[in-house]
Design a protein around this ligand. Structure first.
Ligand code: NAD
Length: 480
């Protein structure tokens, strides 16, 4: 059984207390590796290692920092199959998805920020007759990065890459539910020659390791992606310490389909935006609003396609959906389906667990589920489910659908389907979300600001926004 180790001060080491947690393969429902159950002492060691490394790393020319990051990316790329298989085993997602999305994106994150930092300029402001201001943007120091289980290496590198590129030293914690590819990344960092202590990866539970990172006085900024409740806990601790905070939290995203849309495009993309990664992407559109003239036609086609979607073990090349991430998560999703029925909803397709055969008989598989007949303000339509469950609701006017779309506490992303250009602009303008896709979903340019409004988060990641977050601005005025 593979025993995962912490990566501290450039070494792969056991946790101080030598205690471990089980790491479960969700496709089979069995324990397949062990992960450090680290504590405050391990975080302390990581902070000390980062402190020691900071002087050297922050003064390393950005070209050299970028070159090491590119080397890390190249090694991951050369081991693509191995990383994709590991991600799939840890998370339950189809191997094909990890090959097409997760690992290539992790590679892109590293390459993108390794090069973006070379173009990151700071400002100067000339004052006529008085002098000039110039602004420096230096690394913050030691920063904390905490990430979730749904896109493990993808989101882990999305935080670590800009932090390292900007010259910070990092104490990072991947999700305890999916630690494997972060562990593999630590092996790659050693191989690529990343100086000791620049990146430290401490494995373990949120309320132990995550909490210790959040509370550590020498960690000056926290970049967190995860649930809204956890984000609130982190903010409560970190805000009075005046730490910089970037919080990427939950979502309950609307997918608005007008009658004048390209029907086939809207249908096939809605299949992905509803059920990709078993619906466990913060950007999935879980509330689908369909304009009444095409409601019945869209519903029939969507239900038929969904019922045909193959739920299977992750290495099945035909699998459209793999396993959801854990037993408690599967139970949570099933409890929301029960809630939807209690609230008067009708399950049009799905709504149940899928039992596979043989070695996969104890895996956590769910049939993709479509529910109709619910009010826009019921709990099912307001709370994040984060699984392969969507609701469909008809609408008659633009005002009505905007009111329903904007009715939740969340404001991460939305999707709009229409061929009317003016309407596309108007609706995009009135949606209370940080991201709007028109006639598309999950098209990502890493230069764009990424993040949510309302309870979906604070701050923006991506491009120079991330580099600004991971640097401290200082303005210097010189009298002429
Ligand atoms: P989670 O909040 O339970 O955990 C996220 C991370 O925080 C994990 O590493 C966990 O160990 C850690 N953590 C837990 N308690 C902590 C504490 N008290 N202090 C510090 N760290 C703590 O979230 P999850 O279940 O892993 O992920 C699913 C959630 O993430 C969903 O709500 C989803 O919408 C959200 N998410 C958001 C985005 C985004 O970009 N906005 C992207 C992906 C996922």
């Amino acid at each position: 059984m593979k025993i995962i180790k912490n990566y501290i001060g450039g070494q792969l080491i056991s946790p101080v207390l030598d205690e471990y947690l089980d790491n479960v393969d969700p496709s089979r429902g069995i324990v397949y590796s062990k992960i450090p159950d680290s504590t405050t002492d391990d975080v302390e060691k990581a902070v000390q290692a980062a402190e020691k490394a900071y002087e050297g790393w922050s003064n390393t020319p950005k070209e050299a920092r970028g070159a090491i990051m590119i080397k890390i990316a190249d090694i991951i790329e050369s081991r693509m199959n191995e990383f994709a298989a590991a991600e799939s085993l840890d998370n339950g997602k189809p191997v094909k998805l990890a090959m097409q999305v997760d690992i290539p994106r992790a590679v892109s994150n590293l390459k993108f920020f390794a090069t973006a930092i070379q173009h990151f300029a700071s400002e100067s402001h000339y004052m006529e007759g008085l002098g000039v201001n110039y602004t420096t943007r230096k690394p913050i120091g030691i920063v904390g990065c905490i990430s979730p289980w749904n896109l493990p290496l993808y989101l882990f590198t999305w935080k670590i890459a800009p932090a390292l590129a900007a010259g910070n030293c990092v104490v990072a914690k991947p999700s305890e539910v999916t630690p494997m590819t972060a562990f593999m990344l630590s092996e790659v960092c050693k191989e690529a020659g990343l100086p000791e202590g620049v990146l430290n990866i401490v494995h373990g539970l949120g309320h132990k390791v995550g909490d210790a990172i959040t509370k550590h006085p020498k960690i000056k900024a926290i970049s967190f992606t995860g649930g809204t409740a956890t984000g609130k806990t982190i903010a409560t601790i970190a805000a009075p310490m005046f730490k910089k905070l970037s919080l990427e939290l939950g979502g309950k995203n609307p997918n608005i389909i007008f009658a004048d849309c390209d029907f086939e495009d809207a249908l096939s993309t809605t299949m992905r935006s509803s059920f990709a990664n078993q619906g466990q992407i913060c950007l999935c559109g879980s509330r689908i609003f369909i304009e009444r003239p095409i409601y019945e036609k869209f519903k029939a086609a969507f239900v038929a396609k969904t019922a045909e979607s193959k739920v299977s073990y992750p290495s099945d090349p035909e699998a459209k959906l793999g396993a959801v991430v854990s037993k408690p998560h599967m139970e949570k999703v099933l409890s929301y389906i029960e809630l939807a029925k209690e609230e008067g909803g009708t399950v049009l397709t799905g709504g149940e667990q899928v039992k596979l055969e043989g070695e996969y008989a104890n895996g956590y598989y769910l049939r993709p589920t479509i529910i109709e007949g619910l009010t826009f303000d019921c709990r099912t339509n307001q709370e994040e489910i984060f699984g392969p469950v969507v609701t469909i609701t008809p609408f008659d006017t633009e005002e009505e659908v905007l009111m329903m779309a904007n009715s939740t506490e969340y404001g991460l992303a939305s999707t709009v389907w229409t061929s009317n250009l003016k309407r596309a602009h108007r609706v995009a303008d009135h949606l209370h979300t940080g991201i709007v896709w028109v006639n598309a979903w999950l098209v990502r340019d890493l230069r764009t600001p990424f993040g949510g409004m309302k309870s979906s988060g604070v701050g923006r990641e991506g491009g120079f926004e991330a580099l600004r977050f991971f640097t401290e601005a200082k303005n210097v005025f010189i009298k002429s």
